[in-house]
Design a protein around this ligand. Structure first.
Ligand SMILES: Cc1cc2nc3c(=O)[nH]c(=O)nc-3n(C[C@H](O)[C@H](O)[C@H](O)COP(=O)(O)OP(=O)(O)OC[C@H]3O[C@@H](n4cnc5c(N)ncnc54)[C@H](O)[C@@H]3O)c2cc1C
Length: 406
């Protein structure tokens, strides 16, 4: 038996592709190696599922690696379309800080259940615990899909196997091998949206401390190559948190030995304004110790190490602080430098940079330019976005387009 369309991978991209294809009357077989759909979706947004962003659609593309490739897909299925799709099908949405769109129930589990219902309603045939190993295109144009449970035949195939990060969810990079054997170029995968290991061993003492409204910068040979504003977190290995995760996208692929990380604790104040503030703090607290005065400027639990970095005694009084010491404090507040060691790797990366080269995929249809009838959708493509719902939106948009055209 030859299936009309086989989709490999029941993540957001594969599921949306199945829905779009069956809506135009195509019979779909959706395969996954897991025992159920949407394993990664289930843990997305810390179990709350940040579905998309409600920024204007034209602002999306700058938030992606290879964002221009997505323009066509978004013209066919944008964030507005995705939000309408959920609302029309009974899922209430909420918008949180930073334009992040969540299900109102704040439950990724609800979203997974919702997809299961829609797939059933559309009579999408599901086949779980079946891992695809290889795909061949035969002389008659039919695809032979070699899976753990035997050979499957199809007129069209969509590869929606995801990236290589969080491999426990089923995405172990199989799609790359399958696509490479079909003649596609695979851009070397790197795990991004991840924390940084730092060279400073003492940083583990700051484990658990989080900083809000800081600017984190990546510096290579005295040049700022990227910066992100927001929240960061110190961990046993180094740093993490939203601003750091987003910064990891700029560092991916660079030579780690040259990278310095700089924290600006007071990004809202330029050096001159901050210096005036310091003068005020020191003169207004002339009999207080520097250790105590610093509590007005940075979290208490980082003060000792901060002073150590500047070679400053916590005991000196406000009225004893000289110009050089003030300049040292100013410089540490604006440019507290740490040494990058490496990214945390695939086990902890939220998303994968790299994958199937978008140059070999038609952006209007998601069809392979090399193998007609073969389509790609989601993270298996060399596309990745910032935190904030961009990655799920890319999976849904490319999934919709692949399903519509396959
Ligand atoms: C912890 C975490 C939190 C996240 N939170 C968010 C968030 O809140 N918002 C956001 O926008 N993005 C988030 N992301 C990213 C987002 O979840 C992914 O980008 C998205 O799931 C990609 O969708 P996909 O369908 O392309 O791939 P996946 O969701 O990875 O699905 C791929 C599917 O293919 C299956 N598969 C793989 N290989 C085979 C094979 N050989 N045979 C059969 N089946 C196979 C897998 O089992 C899997 O079910 C998060 C990621 C993680 C890890």
């Amino acid at each position: 038996m030859v299936n009309q369309l086989v989709i490999i991978g029941a993540g957001p991209a594969g599921m949306m592709a199945a829905i779009a294809a069956s809506e135009k009357g195509t019979k779909v077989l959706l395969l996954d190696r897991n025992r159920s759909i949407g394993q990664k979706l289930l843990i997305s947004g810390a179990g709350r599922c940040n579905l998309t962003s409600n920024i204007p659609v034209e602002q999306f593309f700058e938030n992606y690696h290879n964002g221009d490739f997505l323009r066509n897909a978004f013209a066919q299925f944008s964030n507005e379309d995705l939000m309408k799709f959920f609302i029309d099908n009974g899922i209430m949405l909420d918008v949180e800080r930073g334009h992040r769109v969540f299900p109102a129930s704040k439950s990724a589990e609800d979203i997974v259940k919702f997809f299961r219902n829609i797939l059933d309603k559309h009579n999408v045939q599901l086949w779980f615990r079946n891992r695809v190993i290889k795909i061949e295109k035969m002389d008659d144009g039919i695809f032979k899909i070699i899976s753990k449970k035997g050979e499957i035949f199809a007129k069209s195939v969509i590869i929606a196997t995801g990236g290589k990060s969080y491999p426990g969810t089923g995405s172990t990079g199989d799609g790359y091998k399958i696509a490479r054997l079909l003649g596609h170029t695979i851009i070397k995968p790197v795990g991004v949206l991840t924390g940084f290991n730092l060279k400073e061993q003492w940083i583990s003492q700051w484990q658990g401390i989080s900083l809000k409204n800081v600017m984190v910068k990546a510096i290579v040979r005295d040049k700022i190559i990227a910066e992100e504003f927001g929240e960061m977190l110190f961990t046993h290995y180094g740093i993490s948190g939203p601003a750091v995760l987003d910064l990891s996208r700029a560092i991916a692929g660079l030579n780690g030995s040259n990278i310095k990380i700089s924290i600006d604790f007071k990004p809202a104040l330029d050096e001159k304004t901050l210096e005036t503030r310091l003068i005020r703090e020191f003169s207004g607290n002339s009999n207080k110790s520097l250790r105590n005065i610093m509590k007005n400027l940075i979290p208490q639990n980082i003060i000792e190490e901060f002073l150590l970095m500047g070679g400053l005694s916590g005991e000196i009084k406000g009225n004893q602080i000289n110009v050089l010491q003030r300049k040292t404090i100013l410089s540490l507040l604006k440019n507290f430098q740490l040494t990058f060691d490496s990214l945390r790797g695939f086990d902890e990366a939220i998303v994968t940079r790299g994958g199937v080269s978008v140059k070999e995929v038609n952006p209007k249809t998601m069809e392979s330019k090399i193998v007609p009838g073969l389509f790609f959708a989601g993270e298996v493509l060399d596309i990745d976005g910032k935190t904030g719902g961009f990655n799920l939106q890319a999976a849904f948009s490319t999934g919709f387009v692949a399903g519509k055209n396959a």
